[in-house]
Design a protein around this ligand. Structure first.
Ligand SMILES: [Zn+2]
Ligand SMILES: [Zn+2]
Length: 114
């Protein structure tokens, strides 16, 4: 079982995950709605996944951690996207923050070769 630096298992319950996140010193308000389980998230279509409670909260945390700036060109006050370098840990990105990077719309386009 993969362990994150927060020392919770890959399939930890939402309660355990929230606790771990709180203990990690990040500001995190427990959701009113529960996070979908990793299995549920993996079974979702990509558009469905983007709308999940889990991803909406995690996306916000990643943007916040990047101080709402593009991590490549440092632009701020622009449209920001959270790009996945890998989908290996879809549903568990909060345990693998290096899997994602915050890009502005332009850097994101370039990253995808458009
Ligand atoms: Zn940029
Ligand atoms: Zn992307």
């Amino acid at each position: 079982m993969a362990k994150s630096r927060f020392n919770v298992g890959y399939n930890a319950s939402r309660k355990q995950r929230e606790k771990a996140w709180e203990n990690s010193g990040r500001t995190f308000k427990p959701a009113k709605r529960r996070w979908e389980s990793p299995d549920e998230l993996r079974a979702m279509s990509y558009p469905g996944y983007l709308k999940s409670q889990y991803w909406r909260e995690n996306r916000y945390q990643f943007l916040k951690a990047a101080s709402f700036r593009c991590q490549k060109c440092r632009a701020k006050d622009v449209e920001l996207h959270v790009h996945h370098k890998t989908y290996e840990h879809r549903g568990c990105e909060w345990m693998f923050p290096k899997d994602v990077i915050v890009f502005c719309k332009e850097c994101h386009k370039k990253e995808h070769g458009q």
